[in-house]
Design a protein around this ligand. Structure first.
Ligand code: VG1
Ligand code: CO
Length: 546
């Protein structure tokens, strides 16, 4: 075995956005493409020095190209002089599990191969991202440095060793580097066991409580099977669509009302189980349903915050809570009642990292079906499901009763997100530019019969390191505190996606059952007029409403 040096030319990698590099599989299959990114990463991390003695964690969500990429990265890590790589069996590690392994094993970082909730397969998407030694997504200065390095790279290095068998646990040596093929579930399950009352959840299932967990043919399946059916004794068949498939069964592994329609149908049926749940491609997202009842992610964060002390891992109370800016203010209301701080961050999990590391918050979440805590540094789909199960067991209340309890106490934050997908990039940029140009004059104006109190472009100063992130989304807030937020997605791979977030607080319990789209209709009209959505995009309706 020896180390080869391969000449390459710089490629125009995308500026890594909220989740590293995401592209079509065909792009990743181009010669040197993945290698350039990995070499740039290693160069930025280690300069000219070898990564001697350091441990790297490696795995992915099992989508098409996962196995090939794992073998390439192993060979490059060996060439870089890493001491050891911990790779998940079959090349598999969910995003939260990677975070757990990095933290528990004291690794220097980890590489996650995933395009999260984006579709997979030969015509689908692939992605790669780096998580730092705290287990969380690389901060912006690191992703920026990686991007810059990809622009000047002239060569990369890799071992010419043979591929490693990934399907059996065991250890191997490649050019002096140890490779350990690990059980992808073990460390993750150990973390969950420390947080939740497994005995109480086991009793809940033993008493006949029924859950339907839809793993969407993605990486959450093995974790949910092992923990929910294995350790917690839920009946076989509780976890459905559980075997990870390279193309997610041709479906969109995104747990929301549009793509988890099969799960929703089961929970709306006359013989519905007590609770429904789903996780996404890399198992960091979660959707929660009660019997005949859909929980909005913003409400989920608020309920978990309100009841956290009933769970052993959070029994001593929460330091604080954080939500991404477009997420509804339900958590803020609960935090206020509890007397704890609530932080508002830009979209993307990396912005929670400093708050978690610094002990300012314990729980955090996003409207995009992401919820998590200081147990790892990623959002964690199955963790949220276990949290809800623990709460059902501890309170004796149903999922719906807990959400209604939240509404009764704090009013309902009626919420929806409208996505306009596949907009030509220039048109989406023009829409945002036009909206931003109006900002100085919006406050005090009446548009579509609604009086705007103020409007701005959200900017965030990190309370821990003082770094500033500008232009994180246009906020238009009405006098009754209703709001519309506009931003462009940073994770799509085809054209641009406009996200319009709508929120209205409804204190009147008699109106809590008005369907969200109906209650939000005036705000939708306002949003469409203000941003001239149809004019810019040609779209009269959003592609997806969640
Ligand atoms: C989306 C969500 C955001 C989430 C991000 C990564 O980003 O809106 O809340 O953090 O995906 O989630 P954007 O820029 O497309 O709106 V995942 O499950 O891809 O790690
Ligand atoms: Co995800």
């Amino acid at each position: 075995m020896s180390i080869q040096t391969v000449a390459t030319t710089p490629f125009a990698g995308q500026l890594p956005g909220t989740s590293g590099l995401r592209k079509k599989v065909a792009v990743f299959q181009q010669p040197h493409y993945l290698e350039n990114f990995v070499q740039a990463l290693f160069d930025v991390l280690h300069g000219n020095a070898p990564a001697a003695g350091q441990t790297l964690v490696l795995g992915g969500d099992g989508r098409f190209h996962n196995r090939a990429a794992v073998q390439t990265i192993l060979k490059m890590a060996a060439a870089r002089g890493y001491g050891k790589v911990l790779v998940g069996q079959g090349g598999i590690l969910s995003t939260p599990a990677t975070s757990a392994v990095i933290r528990r094993r004291g690794a220097s970082g980890g590489i996650i191969l995933s395009a999260s909730h984006n579709p997979g397969g030969p015509d689908g998407d692939f992605g790669i991202k780096y998580n730092a030694t705290n287990g969380g997504p690389a901060p912006e200065k690191l992703t920026q440095a990686i991007y810059e390095r990809t622009q000047t790279l002239g060569q990369y290095r890799l071992s010419d060793a043979a591929d490693i068998p990934l399907d059996t646990l065991g250890t191997h040596v490649m050019d002096g580097m140890a490779i350990e093929v690990i059980d992808p579930v073990a460390d993750y399950a150990a973390v969950q066991r420390e947080l939740f009352d497994f005995a109480a959840i086991r009793r809940l299932f033993a008493s006949g409580f029924r859950l339907r967990y839809d793993a969407m043919w993605a990486v959450g399946g093995p974790y949910a099977k092992a923990i929910i059916e294995g350790e917690l004794g839920a009946p076989a068949g509780t976890v459905v669509n559980a075997e990870p498939k390279e193309d997610f069964g041709g479906l969109h592994p995104d747990p929301n009302p549009a793509y988890a329609d099969d799960l929703i149908a089961h929970l709306m049926a006359p013989d519905a189980p007590d609770m429904g749940a789903a996780s996404d491609g890399d198992a960091d997202r979660n959707m929660i349903l009660g019997r005949g009842f859909i929980v909005s992610p913003s409400d989920s964060l608020a309920v978990l915050t309100a009841h956290a002390t009933k769970v052993p891992g959070y029994a001593r109370g929460l330091a604080g809570v954080a939500r991404s800016m477009p997420t509804s203010t339900a958590a803020d209301r609960v935090a206020k009642a509890l007397g704890i701080a609530c932080y508002e961050t830009p979209t993307g999990w990396k912005f929670f990292g400093n708050l978690l590391d610094d002990g300012k918050i314990t729980l955090c979440g996003e409207e995009s079906y992401g919820t998590g805590s200081n147990h790892v540094r990623e959002k964690d789909g199955l963790w949220a499901v276990l949290f809800w199960l623990n709460l059902v067991a501890a309170t004796g209340q149903s999922v719906e009763q807990m959400v209604r309890g939240l509404w009764a106490e704090h009013g309902r934050c009626v919420y929806s997100r409208h996505d306009y997908d596949g907009i030509p990039t220039e048109k989406a940029n023009a829409l945002m530019a036009e909206l931003r140009a109006q900002l100085p004059s919006l406050g005090g104006q009446t548009v579509e019969g609604q009086r705007i109190a103020w409007a701005d472009d959200f900017a965030y100063t990190d309370p821990v390191d003082g770094s500033v992130s500008q232009k994180q989304g246009v906020r238009v807030v009405l006098e009754d505190s209703s709001r519309v937020v506009f931003r462009l997605s940073g994770t799509g791979t085809e054209g641009a996606t406009l996200r319009v977030y709508l929120e209205r607080h409804e204190p009147d319990a008699a109106r809590h059952d008005v369907p969200a789209q109906e209650a939000l209709a005036p705000l939708v009209t306002l949003a469409r007029t203000l941003a001239r959505i149809e004019h810019h995009t040609g779209m009269a309706q959003p592609t997806v409403m969640t």
